[in-house]
Design a protein around this ligand. Structure first.
Ligand code: FES
Length: 191
């Protein structure tokens, strides 16, 4: 019953081959999700119109290592499978399952989406839509730089010798050892 969020037209996902977006997970951490077209034969309702608006969503991370499937340029797809760019394992775009390579016998982490009237909606309670594109694409707010430097600290801190330790003793008063040098270095006027 999450408030669903419209993501993109399903047609766009089909045309582009994949569509990357960023979410905030249940712990408030950012994560990436890819939408991919699922062309798994004829649709339940649609008969011959296969794959047109079937879309799946997977967390954008290979199950073998923490490798992005879509590195920001679109996921590599072939014959209905998502190809991991690192070691080449291929995941079924519809089921998320991999039966080959280093990631064999694993399944991508799924994210619930639904397609309605040609629009894809995020319907997964565990994720909240953040923005289109990769995590970095929305990174402007990371720094949040209202430099809170030192409004409280004023120049008085410098001028006031409130060190505590020296108390009565000005620095020159401690140079007792140098007294002998005084006469030769200065010219005395008067008396
Ligand atoms: S990181 Fe994807 S197959 Fe190794």
């Amino acid at each position: 019953m999450a408030d669903r969020t419209r993501l993109v037209a399903a047609e766009t996902v089909v045309e582009n081959g994949s569509w990357l977006f960023t979410v905030s997970d249940q712990y408030g951490e950012p994560d990436e999700v890819i939408l991919v077209p699922c062309e798994d034969g004829p649709r339940a309702n649609g008969g011959e119109n296969s794959g047109g608006d079937e879309v799946r969503a997977w967390v954008n991370r290979c199950t073998h290592e923490a490798q992005r499937l879509d590195r920001g340029f679109g996921a590599a797809m072939r014959n209905g499978e998502i190809i991991c760019p690192k070691h080449g394992s291929m995941f079924d775009a519809c089921s998320g399952y991999c039966d080959n390579g280093d990631a064999a016998d694993t399944t991508l982490v799924d994210v619930d989406v639904t397609v309605e009237d040609g629009e894809v909606y995020l319907t997964d309670d565990s994720y909240e839509f953040a923005h289109e594109g990769s995590i970095e694409d929305g990174g402007e707010e990371v720094d949040g730089g209202d430099g809170e430097d030192g409004d409280g600290g004023t120049e008085d801190d410098r001028s006031g010798d409130e060190d505590g330790d020296d108390e009565d003793l000005p620095s020159w008063a401690t140079d007792d050892e140098d007294d002998d040098d005084m006469p030769s270095s200065t010219s005395h006027i008067g008396l």
